[in-house]
Design a protein around this ligand. Structure first.
Ligand SMILES: *[C@@H]1O[C@H](CO)[C@@H](O)[C@H](O)[C@H]1NC(C)=O
Ligand SMILES: *[C@@H]1O[C@H](CO)[C@@H](O)[C@H](O)[C@H]1NC(C)=O
Ligand SMILES: *[C@@H]1O[C@H](CO)[C@@H](O)[C@H](O)[C@H]1NC(C)=O
Ligand SMILES: *[C@@H]1O[C@H](CO)[C@@H](O)[C@H](O)[C@H]1NC(C)=O
Ligand SMILES: *[C@@H]1O[C@H](CO)[C@@H](O)[C@H](O)[C@H]1NC(C)=O
Ligand SMILES: *[C@@H]1O[C@H](CO)[C@@H](O)[C@H](O)[C@H]1NC(C)=O
Ligand SMILES: *[C@@H]1O[C@H](CO)[C@@H](O)[C@H](O)[C@H]1NC(C)=O
Ligand SMILES: *[C@@H]1O[C@H](CO)[C@@H](O)[C@H](O)[C@H]1NC(C)=O
Ligand SMILES: *[C@@H]1O[C@H](CO)[C@@H](O)[C@H](O)[C@H]1NC(C)=O
Ligand SMILES: *[C@@H]1O[C@H](CO)[C@@H](O)[C@H](O)[C@H]1NC(C)=O
Length: 388
Protein backbone atom coordinates (compact mmCIF):
# COMPACT_ATOMS: atom_id res chain seq x y z
CA UNK A 1 0.00 0.00 0.00
CA UNK A 2 2.79 2.37 0.99
CA UNK A 3 4.78 1.33 -2.07
CA UNK A 4 1.82 1.95 -4.41
CA UNK A 5 1.20 5.44 -3.10
CA UNK A 6 4.90 6.39 -3.33
CA UNK A 7 4.99 5.20 -6.94
CA UNK A 8 1.92 7.27 -7.76
CA UNK A 9 3.59 10.25 -6.19
CA UNK A 10 6.65 9.78 -8.41
CA UNK A 11 4.53 9.47 -11.52
CA UNK A 12 2.33 12.47 -10.79
CA UNK A 13 4.91 15.03 -9.69
CA UNK A 14 8.14 15.93 -11.51
CA UNK A 15 11.38 15.78 -9.50
CA UNK A 16 12.12 19.14 -7.82
CA UNK A 17 15.79 20.12 -7.64
CA UNK A 18 17.03 21.48 -4.32
CA UNK A 19 17.24 25.27 -4.23
CA UNK A 20 20.67 25.21 -2.55
CA UNK A 21 23.63 23.35 -3.99
CA UNK A 22 24.36 20.14 -2.08
CA UNK A 23 27.74 20.14 -0.32
CA UNK A 24 30.64 18.33 -1.89
CA UNK A 25 31.86 16.00 -0.53
CA UNK A 26 28.37 15.11 0.75
CA UNK A 27 27.52 14.49 4.39
CA UNK A 28 26.96 10.81 5.08
CA UNK A 29 26.34 9.13 8.43
CA UNK A 30 29.37 7.50 10.01
CA UNK A 31 30.11 4.03 8.69
CA UNK A 32 28.52 1.31 10.80
CA UNK A 33 32.05 -0.13 11.08
CA UNK A 34 32.98 2.74 13.40
CA UNK A 35 30.67 1.27 16.02
CA UNK A 36 32.69 -1.93 16.10
CA UNK A 37 36.06 -0.38 17.03
CA UNK A 38 36.77 -1.61 20.55
CA UNK A 39 36.82 0.91 23.38
CA UNK A 40 39.61 1.08 25.93
CA UNK A 41 39.75 2.80 29.28
CA UNK A 42 41.56 5.86 27.96
CA UNK A 43 39.58 6.32 24.73
CA UNK A 44 36.06 4.95 24.55
CA UNK A 45 34.50 4.52 21.12
CA UNK A 46 32.77 7.89 20.73
CA UNK A 47 29.69 6.40 19.10
CA UNK A 48 29.03 4.35 22.22
CA UNK A 49 29.92 7.02 24.77
CA UNK A 50 27.61 9.45 22.94
CA UNK A 51 24.84 6.89 22.97
CA UNK A 52 25.31 6.32 26.70
CA UNK A 53 25.22 10.07 27.35
CA UNK A 54 22.08 10.55 25.22
CA UNK A 55 20.39 7.65 26.94
CA UNK A 56 20.85 9.09 30.42
CA UNK A 57 19.84 12.57 29.18
CA UNK A 58 16.52 11.05 28.06
CA UNK A 59 15.72 10.31 31.71
CA UNK A 60 16.33 13.95 32.65
CA UNK A 61 13.68 14.83 30.08
CA UNK A 62 11.21 12.42 31.71
CA UNK A 63 11.55 13.78 35.24
CA UNK A 64 8.48 14.51 37.32
CA UNK A 65 8.35 16.68 40.44
CA UNK A 66 10.45 19.61 41.62
CA UNK A 67 13.44 19.81 39.33
CA UNK A 68 16.87 20.49 40.81
CA UNK A 69 18.84 23.63 40.00
CA UNK A 70 21.29 21.57 37.93
CA UNK A 71 18.55 20.09 35.72
CA UNK A 72 20.06 19.85 32.25
CA UNK A 73 16.87 20.05 30.19
CA UNK A 74 16.08 23.75 29.81
CA UNK A 75 12.55 23.22 28.46
CA UNK A 76 11.30 21.15 31.41
CA UNK A 77 9.43 22.67 34.39
CA UNK A 78 8.44 21.56 37.89
CA UNK A 79 5.28 19.44 37.62
CA UNK A 80 2.82 17.21 39.49
CA UNK A 81 4.02 18.50 42.86
CA UNK A 82 0.83 17.35 44.63
CA UNK A 83 1.16 13.68 43.70
CA UNK A 84 0.22 11.53 46.69
CA UNK A 85 -1.84 14.25 48.39
CA UNK A 86 -4.97 12.09 47.92
CA UNK A 87 -3.42 9.48 50.25
CA UNK A 88 -1.65 11.91 52.59
CA UNK A 89 1.82 11.14 51.17
CA UNK A 90 4.44 12.89 49.09
CA UNK A 91 4.60 10.85 45.89
CA UNK A 92 6.07 13.65 43.79
CA UNK A 93 9.19 12.98 41.75
CA UNK A 94 10.14 9.91 39.77
CA UNK A 95 9.74 9.51 36.04
CA UNK A 96 6.85 9.92 33.66
CA UNK A 97 6.12 6.75 31.76
CA UNK A 98 6.41 7.79 28.11
CA UNK A 99 4.92 10.63 26.04
CA UNK A 100 2.34 11.00 28.80
CA UNK A 101 2.39 11.97 32.46
CA UNK A 102 1.34 8.81 34.30
CA UNK A 103 3.86 7.17 36.66
CA UNK A 104 3.95 3.35 36.82
CA UNK A 105 6.11 1.44 39.32
CA UNK A 106 6.12 -1.91 37.48
CA UNK A 107 7.91 -0.87 34.25
CA UNK A 108 10.00 1.68 36.17
CA UNK A 109 11.32 -1.09 38.43
CA UNK A 110 12.27 -3.18 35.42
CA UNK A 111 14.15 -0.19 33.98
CA UNK A 112 16.03 0.53 37.21
CA UNK A 113 16.92 -3.15 37.66
CA UNK A 114 18.21 -3.39 34.10
CA UNK A 115 20.30 -0.24 34.31
CA UNK A 116 21.86 -1.35 37.62
CA UNK A 117 22.55 -4.78 36.17
CA UNK A 118 24.22 -3.19 33.13
CA UNK A 119 26.34 -1.01 35.41
CA UNK A 120 27.32 -4.00 37.57
CA UNK A 121 28.36 -5.76 34.42
CA UNK A 122 30.08 -2.94 32.56
CA UNK A 123 30.59 -0.12 35.04
CA UNK A 124 33.93 0.81 33.52
CA UNK A 125 32.06 1.91 30.41
CA UNK A 126 30.27 4.62 32.42
CA UNK A 127 33.59 5.65 33.92
CA UNK A 128 35.35 5.86 30.55
CA UNK A 129 32.46 7.87 29.07
CA UNK A 130 32.45 10.27 32.08
CA UNK A 131 28.83 9.30 32.75
CA UNK A 132 29.02 7.79 36.25
CA UNK A 133 27.75 10.96 37.96
CA UNK A 134 24.78 11.07 35.57
CA UNK A 135 24.16 7.37 36.19
CA UNK A 136 24.02 8.05 39.95
CA UNK A 137 21.70 11.04 39.39
CA UNK A 138 19.41 9.07 37.09
CA UNK A 139 19.21 6.07 39.42
CA UNK A 140 18.55 8.12 42.55
CA UNK A 141 15.75 10.10 40.84
CA UNK A 142 13.99 6.78 40.25
CA UNK A 143 15.01 4.92 43.42
CA UNK A 144 14.23 7.81 45.76
CA UNK A 145 10.72 7.92 44.30
CA UNK A 146 10.33 4.14 44.59
CA UNK A 147 11.32 4.47 48.27
CA UNK A 148 8.51 7.03 48.74
CA UNK A 149 6.13 4.70 46.87
CA UNK A 150 6.96 1.96 49.42
CA UNK A 151 5.97 3.74 52.65
CA UNK A 152 5.44 0.54 54.69
CA UNK A 153 6.57 -3.07 54.16
CA UNK A 154 3.28 -4.25 52.65
CA UNK A 155 2.25 -1.18 50.65
CA UNK A 156 3.55 -0.22 47.23
CA UNK A 157 2.07 2.51 45.06
CA UNK A 158 2.05 1.14 41.53
CA UNK A 159 0.42 4.01 39.63
CA UNK A 160 -0.04 7.75 40.02
CA UNK A 161 -2.29 9.48 37.52
CA UNK A 162 -5.44 8.55 35.63
CA UNK A 163 -4.54 6.87 32.32
CA UNK A 164 -7.72 7.92 30.49
CA UNK A 165 -7.69 11.53 31.64
CA UNK A 166 -3.98 11.82 30.96
CA UNK A 167 -4.00 10.24 27.52
CA UNK A 168 -6.77 12.62 26.47
CA UNK A 169 -4.38 15.52 27.15
CA UNK A 170 -1.79 16.40 24.52
CA UNK A 171 0.20 19.24 25.98
CA UNK A 172 3.15 20.47 28.01
CA UNK A 173 4.13 19.92 31.61
CA UNK A 174 2.50 23.11 33.01
CA UNK A 175 -1.14 22.07 32.54
CA UNK A 176 -1.16 18.37 33.38
CA UNK A 177 -4.78 17.43 34.13
CA UNK A 178 -5.92 16.66 37.67
CA UNK A 179 -6.98 14.67 39.61
CA UNK A 180 -3.96 12.36 39.69
CA UNK A 181 -5.09 9.46 41.89
CA UNK A 182 -2.61 7.16 43.65
CA UNK A 183 -3.16 3.41 43.35
CA UNK A 184 -1.65 0.86 45.70
CA UNK A 185 -1.14 -2.84 46.28
CA UNK A 186 -1.13 -4.04 49.88
CA UNK A 187 -1.37 -7.06 52.16
CA UNK A 188 -5.03 -7.78 51.42
CA UNK A 189 -4.91 -6.70 47.75
CA UNK A 190 -1.42 -7.79 46.74
CA UNK A 191 0.43 -7.60 43.45
CA UNK A 192 3.04 -10.34 43.45
CA UNK A 193 4.77 -9.31 40.22
CA UNK A 194 4.97 -5.59 40.99
CA UNK A 195 6.23 -6.17 44.55
CA UNK A 196 8.81 -8.72 43.35
CA UNK A 197 9.96 -6.50 40.48
CA UNK A 198 10.44 -3.54 42.82
CA UNK A 199 12.37 -5.88 45.12
CA UNK A 200 14.57 -6.88 42.16
CA UNK A 201 15.27 -3.22 41.34
CA UNK A 202 16.21 -2.41 44.94
CA UNK A 203 18.38 -5.54 45.25
CA UNK A 204 20.20 -4.98 41.94
CA UNK A 205 20.85 -1.32 42.74
CA UNK A 206 21.84 -2.10 46.33
CA UNK A 207 24.43 -4.48 44.89
CA UNK A 208 25.72 -1.72 42.62
CA UNK A 209 25.98 0.83 45.47
CA UNK A 210 27.69 -1.75 47.69
CA UNK A 211 30.33 -2.48 45.05
CA UNK A 212 29.34 -6.11 44.43
CA UNK A 213 30.73 -7.60 41.26
CA UNK A 214 29.26 -10.14 38.87
CA UNK A 215 32.66 -11.10 37.55
CA UNK A 216 36.26 -10.03 37.80
CA UNK A 217 35.74 -7.52 35.01
CA UNK A 218 34.05 -4.40 36.35
CA UNK A 219 31.81 -2.22 38.48
CA UNK A 220 31.29 1.55 38.61
CA UNK A 221 33.50 2.01 41.62
CA UNK A 222 32.92 5.68 42.38
CA UNK A 223 29.24 4.94 43.03
CA UNK A 224 29.91 3.02 46.23
CA UNK A 225 27.80 4.24 49.18
CA UNK A 226 27.20 1.73 51.96
CA UNK A 227 24.42 3.61 53.74
CA UNK A 228 22.40 4.07 50.54
CA UNK A 229 23.05 0.42 49.61
CA UNK A 230 21.73 -0.69 52.98
CA UNK A 231 18.54 1.40 52.64
CA UNK A 232 17.91 -0.12 49.21
CA UNK A 233 18.63 -3.60 50.57
CA UNK A 234 16.06 -3.34 53.33
CA UNK A 235 13.36 -2.22 50.84
CA UNK A 236 14.34 -5.19 48.66
CA UNK A 237 13.96 -7.69 51.52
CA UNK A 238 10.63 -6.26 52.69
CA UNK A 239 9.17 -6.26 49.18
CA UNK A 240 10.19 -9.88 48.63
CA UNK A 241 8.44 -10.90 51.85
CA UNK A 242 5.39 -8.87 50.77
CA UNK A 243 5.43 -10.59 47.36
CA UNK A 244 5.70 -14.10 48.79
CA UNK A 245 3.79 -13.87 52.09
CA UNK A 246 0.92 -11.40 51.66
CA UNK A 247 -2.25 -12.57 53.42
CA UNK A 248 -4.13 -11.91 50.17
CA UNK A 249 -2.02 -14.62 48.49
CA UNK A 250 -0.37 -14.29 45.11
CA UNK A 251 -1.94 -12.54 42.15
CA UNK A 252 -1.03 -10.18 39.30
CA UNK A 253 -1.00 -6.55 40.35
CA UNK A 254 -3.67 -5.51 37.87
CA UNK A 255 -6.06 -7.81 39.75
CA UNK A 256 -5.71 -5.38 42.67
CA UNK A 257 -5.37 -2.26 40.50
CA UNK A 258 -7.37 -2.75 37.29
CA UNK A 259 -6.52 0.86 36.35
CA UNK A 260 -3.03 -0.39 35.33
CA UNK A 261 -4.37 -3.15 33.08
CA UNK A 262 -4.67 -1.12 29.88
CA UNK A 263 -1.10 0.10 29.89
CA UNK A 264 0.96 -2.54 31.71
CA UNK A 265 -0.97 -5.72 32.48
CA UNK A 266 1.45 -8.36 33.70
CA UNK A 267 1.19 -11.90 32.31
CA UNK A 268 2.44 -13.70 35.44
CA UNK A 269 4.69 -13.44 38.47
CA UNK A 270 7.04 -16.47 38.55
CA UNK A 271 9.63 -14.61 36.48
CA UNK A 272 9.63 -11.53 38.76
CA UNK A 273 9.88 -13.74 41.86
CA UNK A 274 12.83 -15.63 40.37
CA UNK A 275 14.76 -12.55 39.27
CA UNK A 276 14.12 -10.81 42.61
CA UNK A 277 15.47 -13.85 44.49
CA UNK A 278 18.56 -13.90 42.23
CA UNK A 279 19.36 -10.24 42.80
CA UNK A 280 18.72 -10.70 46.54
CA UNK A 281 21.25 -13.52 46.52
CA UNK A 282 23.77 -11.14 44.96
CA UNK A 283 23.00 -8.43 47.53
CA UNK A 284 23.32 -10.85 50.45
CA UNK A 285 26.01 -13.28 51.53
CA UNK A 286 26.58 -16.71 53.05
CA UNK A 287 23.58 -18.85 53.91
CA UNK A 288 21.14 -16.01 53.13
CA UNK A 289 22.48 -15.82 49.58
CA UNK A 290 22.17 -19.58 49.05
CA UNK A 291 18.63 -19.56 50.43
CA UNK A 292 17.56 -16.81 47.98
CA UNK A 293 19.30 -18.67 45.17
CA UNK A 294 17.44 -21.86 45.97
CA UNK A 295 14.15 -19.89 46.05
CA UNK A 296 14.96 -18.52 42.59
CA UNK A 297 15.50 -22.03 41.23
CA UNK A 298 12.15 -23.12 42.73
CA UNK A 299 10.24 -20.24 41.12
CA UNK A 300 11.96 -20.99 37.82
CA UNK A 301 11.12 -24.71 37.82
CA UNK A 302 7.64 -24.44 39.37
CA UNK A 303 6.72 -21.68 36.91
CA UNK A 304 7.96 -23.89 34.04
CA UNK A 305 10.03 -20.95 32.88
CA UNK A 306 12.56 -23.28 31.17
CA UNK A 307 10.05 -23.69 28.36
CA UNK A 308 10.26 -19.95 27.62
CA UNK A 309 13.88 -20.44 26.54
CA UNK A 310 13.26 -23.34 24.19
CA UNK A 311 13.50 -22.66 20.45
CA UNK A 312 10.04 -21.97 19.07
CA UNK A 313 8.61 -20.94 22.46
CA UNK A 314 11.32 -18.46 23.39
CA UNK A 315 10.25 -15.15 24.91
CA UNK A 316 11.70 -11.66 24.92
CA UNK A 317 13.38 -9.81 27.82
CA UNK A 318 11.18 -6.82 28.61
CA UNK A 319 9.11 -5.07 31.33
CA UNK A 320 6.69 -8.01 31.49
CA UNK A 321 8.93 -10.95 30.68
CA UNK A 322 12.19 -11.55 32.49
CA UNK A 323 12.95 -15.20 31.80
CA UNK A 324 15.88 -14.79 29.38
CA UNK A 325 17.45 -12.47 31.96
CA UNK A 326 16.94 -15.02 34.75
CA UNK A 327 19.02 -17.65 32.98
CA UNK A 328 21.77 -15.18 32.01
CA UNK A 329 21.97 -13.69 35.52
CA UNK A 330 21.91 -17.12 37.19
CA UNK A 331 24.75 -18.25 34.92
CA UNK A 332 26.73 -15.13 35.85
CA UNK A 333 26.08 -15.59 39.59
CA UNK A 334 26.94 -19.27 39.72
CA UNK A 335 30.06 -18.79 37.59
CA UNK A 336 31.25 -16.03 39.95
CA UNK A 337 30.22 -17.83 43.15
CA UNK A 338 29.93 -21.64 42.83
CA UNK A 339 29.09 -21.88 46.58
CA UNK A 340 25.63 -20.48 45.83
CA UNK A 341 24.53 -23.74 44.25
CA UNK A 342 25.15 -25.74 47.46
CA UNK A 343 23.20 -28.89 46.71
CA UNK A 344 20.61 -27.33 44.38
CA UNK A 345 20.08 -29.12 41.06
CA UNK A 346 20.17 -25.70 39.33
CA UNK A 347 23.86 -25.80 38.45
CA UNK A 348 25.88 -23.46 36.26
CA UNK A 349 25.63 -26.12 33.57
CA UNK A 350 21.81 -26.01 33.64
CA UNK A 351 21.76 -22.23 33.15
CA UNK A 352 24.54 -22.30 30.60
CA UNK A 353 22.76 -24.80 28.41
CA UNK A 354 19.43 -22.92 28.71
CA UNK A 355 21.10 -19.64 27.75
CA UNK A 356 23.10 -21.14 24.90
CA UNK A 357 20.02 -22.86 23.51
CA UNK A 358 18.12 -19.57 23.66
CA UNK A 359 20.76 -17.57 21.83
CA UNK A 360 21.56 -20.37 19.37
CA UNK A 361 17.93 -20.42 18.32
CA UNK A 362 18.00 -16.66 17.73
CA UNK A 363 21.23 -16.84 15.78
CA UNK A 364 20.53 -19.98 13.75
CA UNK A 365 16.98 -19.06 12.85
CA UNK A 366 15.24 -22.08 14.40
CA UNK A 367 13.31 -20.00 16.90
CA UNK A 368 10.78 -17.23 16.51
CA UNK A 369 13.57 -14.71 15.94
CA UNK A 370 16.34 -14.59 13.40
CA UNK A 371 19.63 -13.05 12.38
CA UNK A 372 20.38 -11.28 9.11
CA UNK A 373 23.69 -10.61 7.42
CA UNK A 374 25.81 -10.71 10.52
CA UNK A 375 23.84 -7.87 12.06
CA UNK A 376 22.12 -9.14 15.17
CA UNK A 377 18.62 -8.01 14.47
CA UNK A 378 16.27 -9.81 16.77
CA UNK A 379 12.72 -9.64 15.57
CA UNK A 380 10.60 -10.92 18.38
CA UNK A 381 7.22 -12.43 17.91
CA UNK A 382 5.08 -9.29 18.09
CA UNK A 383 7.33 -7.32 15.79
CA UNK A 384 7.36 -10.24 13.38
CA UNK A 385 3.58 -10.44 13.29
CA UNK A 386 3.44 -6.77 12.42
CA UNK A 387 6.03 -7.12 9.66
CA UNK A 388 4.34 -10.24 8.24
C1 LIG B 1 42.59 3.22 22.69
O1 LIG B 1 41.75 3.40 21.55
C2 LIG B 1 42.14 4.47 20.73
C3 LIG B 1 41.07 4.65 19.66
O2 LIG B 1 40.74 3.45 19.06
C4 LIG B 1 43.53 4.17 20.15
O3 LIG B 1 43.95 5.26 19.36
C5 LIG B 1 44.51 3.98 21.31
O4 LIG B 1 45.76 3.59 20.80
C6 LIG B 1 44.01 2.90 22.25
N1 LIG B 1 44.87 2.88 23.45
C7 LIG B 1 45.31 1.77 23.99
C8 LIG B 1 46.16 1.91 25.23
O5 LIG B 1 45.05 0.66 23.54
C1 LIG C 1 36.34 12.43 30.17
O1 LIG C 1 36.93 13.44 30.94
C2 LIG C 1 38.35 13.50 30.75
C3 LIG C 1 38.93 14.50 31.76
O2 LIG C 1 38.17 15.67 31.71
C4 LIG C 1 38.65 13.86 29.30
O3 LIG C 1 40.03 13.87 29.09
C5 LIG C 1 38.03 12.81 28.39
O4 LIG C 1 38.19 13.17 27.04
C6 LIG C 1 36.55 12.67 28.68
N1 LIG C 1 36.05 11.54 27.92
C7 LIG C 1 34.92 11.58 27.23
C8 LIG C 1 34.53 10.33 26.49
O5 LIG C 1 34.19 12.56 27.20
C1 LIG D 1 8.06 24.92 30.47
O1 LIG D 1 7.65 26.28 30.63
C2 LIG D 1 7.99 27.12 29.54
C3 LIG D 1 7.55 28.54 29.90
O2 LIG D 1 8.19 28.95 31.05
C4 LIG D 1 7.31 26.66 28.28
O3 LIG D 1 7.73 27.45 27.19
C5 LIG D 1 7.67 25.21 28.02
O4 LIG D 1 6.94 24.73 26.91
C6 LIG D 1 7.34 24.36 29.23
N1 LIG D 1 7.77 22.98 28.97
C7 LIG D 1 6.93 22.01 28.73
C8 LIG D 1 7.53 20.63 28.51
O5 LIG D 1 5.72 22.14 28.71
C1 LIG E 1 -5.48 -1.97 49.52
O1 LIG E 1 -5.41 -1.90 48.09
C2 LIG E 1 -6.68 -1.94 47.48
C3 LIG E 1 -6.41 -2.02 45.96
O2 LIG E 1 -5.67 -0.90 45.54
C4 LIG E 1 -7.48 -0.72 47.90
O3 LIG E 1 -8.77 -0.80 47.33
C5 LIG E 1 -7.60 -0.69 49.41
O4 LIG E 1 -8.22 0.52 49.80
C6 LIG E 1 -6.23 -0.75 50.04
N1 LIG E 1 -6.34 -0.86 51.47
C7 LIG E 1 -5.95 0.10 52.29
C8 LIG E 1 -6.09 -0.20 53.74
O5 LIG E 1 -5.53 1.17 51.90
C1 LIG F 1 35.24 -2.23 44.93
O1 LIG F 1 35.62 -3.58 44.71
C2 LIG F 1 36.83 -3.74 44.00
C3 LIG F 1 37.12 -5.22 43.83
O2 LIG F 1 35.99 -5.90 43.45
C4 LIG F 1 37.97 -3.08 44.78
O3 LIG F 1 39.14 -3.16 44.01
C5 LIG F 1 37.62 -1.63 45.05
O4 LIG F 1 38.60 -1.06 45.88
C6 LIG F 1 36.28 -1.50 45.73
N1 LIG F 1 35.93 -0.09 45.85
C7 LIG F 1 35.45 0.43 46.94
C8 LIG F 1 35.19 1.90 46.91
O5 LIG F 1 35.22 -0.23 47.92
C1 LIG G 1 25.47 8.30 50.51
O1 LIG G 1 24.06 8.29 50.29
C2 LIG G 1 23.36 9.02 51.29
C3 LIG G 1 21.88 8.74 51.08
O2 LIG G 1 21.45 9.17 49.83
C4 LIG G 1 23.73 10.49 51.20
O3 LIG G 1 23.06 11.22 52.19
C5 LIG G 1 25.24 10.63 51.36
O4 LIG G 1 25.62 11.95 51.13
C6 LIG G 1 25.99 9.73 50.41
N1 LIG G 1 27.41 9.73 50.76
C7 LIG G 1 28.33 9.99 49.89
C8 LIG G 1 29.74 9.92 50.38
O5 LIG G 1 28.08 10.26 48.72
C1 LIG H 1 7.06 -16.36 54.66
O1 LIG H 1 6.41 -16.96 55.76
C2 LIG H 1 6.98 -18.22 56.13
C3 LIG H 1 6.10 -18.83 57.20
O2 LIG H 1 5.87 -17.91 58.24
C4 LIG H 1 8.41 -17.99 56.61
O3 LIG H 1 9.02 -19.21 56.94
C5 LIG H 1 9.20 -17.36 55.46
O4 LIG H 1 10.50 -17.03 55.91
C6 LIG H 1 8.52 -16.08 54.96
N1 LIG H 1 9.19 -15.65 53.75
C7 LIG H 1 9.83 -14.50 53.67
C8 LIG H 1 10.51 -14.23 52.36
O5 LIG H 1 9.84 -13.69 54.56
C1 LIG I 1 20.83 -12.73 56.77
O1 LIG I 1 19.66 -11.91 56.69
C2 LIG I 1 19.23 -11.34 57.91
C3 LIG I 1 17.99 -10.51 57.66
O2 LIG I 1 17.06 -11.18 56.89
C4 LIG I 1 20.32 -10.48 58.50
O3 LIG I 1 19.93 -10.02 59.76
C5 LIG I 1 21.63 -11.28 58.60
O4 LIG I 1 22.65 -10.40 59.01
C6 LIG I 1 21.98 -11.89 57.27
N1 LIG I 1 23.16 -12.70 57.39
C7 LIG I 1 24.27 -12.50 56.67
C8 LIG I 1 25.40 -13.48 56.87
O5 LIG I 1 24.37 -11.59 55.86
C1 LIG J 1 15.33 -29.70 39.69
O1 LIG J 1 14.35 -30.09 40.64
C2 LIG J 1 13.04 -29.59 40.40
C3 LIG J 1 12.10 -30.07 41.50
O2 LIG J 1 12.66 -29.88 42.72
C4 LIG J 1 12.52 -30.08 39.06
O3 LIG J 1 11.27 -29.50 38.80
C5 LIG J 1 13.49 -29.69 37.97
O4 LIG J 1 13.08 -30.22 36.75
C6 LIG J 1 14.90 -30.16 38.30
N1 LIG J 1 15.78 -29.58 37.29
C7 LIG J 1 16.82 -30.19 36.78
C8 LIG J 1 17.58 -29.43 35.74
O5 LIG J 1 17.17 -31.28 37.15
C1 LIG K 1 19.81 -24.14 16.45
O1 LIG K 1 19.83 -24.01 17.86
C2 LIG K 1 18.94 -24.91 18.53
C3 LIG K 1 18.99 -24.54 20.01
O2 LIG K 1 20.27 -24.75 20.53
C4 LIG K 1 19.34 -26.33 18.27
O3 LIG K 1 18.42 -27.19 18.91
C5 LIG K 1 19.33 -26.61 16.78
O4 LIG K 1 19.84 -27.90 16.52
C6 LIG K 1 20.20 -25.58 16.03
N1 LIG K 1 19.96 -25.75 14.61
C7 LIG K 1 20.91 -25.58 13.70
C8 LIG K 1 20.48 -25.75 12.29
O5 LIG K 1 22.05 -25.28 14.00
Amino acid sequence: MLLVSSLLFLVTFPTVLAQLPLPSPPYTPPSPDQGTHPSNASTPNSQWSTLLGNLLYFYDEQRSGKLPSNERVSWRNDSALDDGSDVGLDLSGGYYDAGDYVKYAFPLSFTLMSICWGALDAGQGYEAANQTAYLDDMLRWGLDWLIKAHPSPNTLFVQVGDGNLDNAYWGGDRFIPAPRPSYQINNTSPGTDAAAQASAAFAACSSLYSNRTLSSSSSALTLTNDSYASTLHSHARDLYTFATNATGGMQTYQTAVPQSADAYASSGYSDELAIAALFLSLADSGANASAYYSDAASWYFSGNLEQQLVAGDETVFNWDSKTPGIAVLAAQLTAANPDLVSGSNATLKVWQSAVEGYFDAIVNGTGRSYLTQGLRKVYFYQARMRID
